[in-house]
Ligand binder design. Structure first.
Ligand SMILES: Cc1cc2nc3c(=O)[nH]c(=O)nc-3n(C[C@H](O)[C@H](O)[C@H](O)COP(=O)(O)O)c2cc1C
Length: 461
């Protein structure tokens, strides 16, 4: 029975995959980040599956230690150039580009996004992030990454100027008009040298976790790219919090909340678990005793390396010296810490191996048990994955998902070919596009061009 409310799906595009060992899968392409043919083909596959958008994250620094957590972020193409090529290979799917106002200025952001919206005929979106990397500061002549309050005050004014610049560009009915913005951080005369975007206002995503980020999402964002919450109750609470905040701006029904989801899917549960085990077996482990501070991202959680020594600390029991493939005795697992017990439940959910059943948790499982900050992992057959999606969607935890493919292109096609048809059969997901712009996919009208934001400068209308 089709429901009226429909899921929204996006593709988180890191060309070498979002599993830390995804690039090492035998069918993955380790050089995919620079293969524009492959990038275009994967975008076209997401369009064939009627995805709302393809999403390009970004960082403004390279960090070799990311090889342990997210190697796709070490080196890649710049997002605007990539998005233009993605748009050229497709006609319907939205293209979402991350741009960080902390390290850019509103005029540049406004003209890049307005141009992408024209090039893609109304399919562009801006993922506004304020960044979490000190390393980025050192690439832009700064001595520190600003604190949260400064980043968001800056971002809010930048966004206001960008929106005014989009409205300052000429449209079908009227000519360009100056802006005369004189604010706390920016002074911008305008008008923009690009005509008003086809979507009027380019679709806005926001990704962040702080109170300031939630507030910006509620007031301004069309899509909130939700950070990970550890329990279902907390996911519901996060969802309700954003909706309640948005309600204060009278726009609760205009904000779409999409968490990240890493589906490890195969025709049968056994094959899906096998794939999950294969990916984990390809993870690069750390030497057991390595001197130096434990500050690296990745491993089995912030600050921990990926080895049995770290796992011993996290689980609170002695694990060193054991074969990773061996089963862990039930009495060892009975003695784990509170944090360890939560991780055991998670391991069982993903691997179907248990503390004392016929298939037992292995030492390797304990080393691989890294909770992700960005996406929820589900391992299963197509019906099981669809069940999880439906549960979150109908349980007040999500309006859809940004899909993180573990490896590329295999995890993309596994989802589009196996799971999307199940969601369509259940009436949860569109069988075809009903519009051609991203706003249309999201059910959002083109906002009218607002009156000139300033009286200080004479309009040229
Ligand atoms: C789901 C999600 C995706 C994010 N993607 C990016 C990104 O692509 N580039 C980036 O610089 N920061 C990204 N961030 C980080 C945010 O910019 C933000 O700075 C960080 O989460 C800290 O949160 P806060 O700014 O709300 O304190 C992302 C955050 C979340 C939660």
């Amino acid at each position: 029975m089709p429901t009226e409310r429909q899921l929204h799906l996006g593709l988180m595009f890191w060309a070498t995959g979002t599993h830390a060992a995804g690039w090492r899968h035998p069918d993955a392409r380790a050089d995919a980040a620079y293969d524009i043919d492959l990038i275009q083909e994967v975008t076209a596959e997401a369009e064939r599956a009627k995805f709302d958008f393809v999403f390009l994250g970004d960082r403004l620094a390279s960090d070799p230690s990311l090889q342990y957590s997210n190697p796709a972020q070490i080196s890649r193409l710049e997002p605007f150039a990539t998005a233009t090529a993605m748009a050229a290979a497709t006609t319907r799917i939205g293209v979402v580009v991350t741009a960080n106002p902390t390290y850019s200025d509103p005029y540049s952001i406004a003209r890049l996004l307005a141009s992408l919206d024209h090039v893609s005929a109304g399919r562009a979106a801006w993922n506004l992030v304020t960044g979490a990397d000190t390393a980025a500061a050192f690439n832009f002549g700064r001595e520190e990454h600003w604190d949260t309050a400064k980043r968001y005050a800056w971002a809010q004014e930048c966004l206001q100027v960008v929106r005014d610049l989009w409205d300052s560009g000429a449209d079908a009915g009227s000519g360009p008009r100056p802006l005369g913005h004189r604010g706390t951080y920016f002074s911008v005369d305008g008008p923009l040298d690009v005509a008003r975007p086809p979507q009027g206002q380019v679709v806005l995503f926001n990704a962040g976790t702080s109170d300031q980020s939630r507030e910006l999402s509620a007031r301004e964002a069309d899509i909130v790219f939700a950070g990970m919450q550890p329990t279902f109750a907390l996911r519901q609470a996060y969802y309700a919090d954003i909706k309640e905040r948005a309600d204060r701006y009278d726009r609760a029904d205009q904000v779409t909340i999409l968490p990240g989801l890493t589906p490890i899917v195969a025709p049968t549960t056994e094959e899906a678990v096998e794939l999950y085990d294969l990916l984990n077996s390809l993870l690069v482990l750390d030497p057991e005793e390595e001197p130096g501070e434990l500050v690296r991202k990745g491993g089995i959680g912030e600050g921990h390396r990926r080895n049995l020594s770290s796992a011993s600390r996290v689980f609170g029991v002695e694990l060193r010296g054991n074969d990773l493939a061996a089963e862990v005795p039930a009495e060892t697992l009975a003695a784990v810490s509170e944090e360890g017990a939560l991780r055991l439940a998670e391991i069982t959910r993903l691997t179907r191996r248990t503390v004392d059943g016929p298939r037992r948790i292995t030492y390797g499982d304990l080393v691989h048990a890294a909770p992700s900050e960005l996406s929820h992992t589900v391992v299963g057959n197509p019906e099981e994955v669809a069940d999880m999606i439906q549960e979150w969607f109908e349980g007040g935890a999500a309006d859809g998902f940004n899909i993180y493919p573990a490896y590329v292109p295999g995890s993309v096609t596994a989802f589009t070919e196996l799971v999307v048809p199940v969601l369509q059969r259940r009436g949860l997901y569109r069988k075809d596009y009903t519009g051609s712009t991203l706003r249309e996919h999201l059910g959002l009208p083109v906002p009218p061009r607002r009156p000139s934001p300033t009286s200080a400068v004479r309009s040229t209308d």
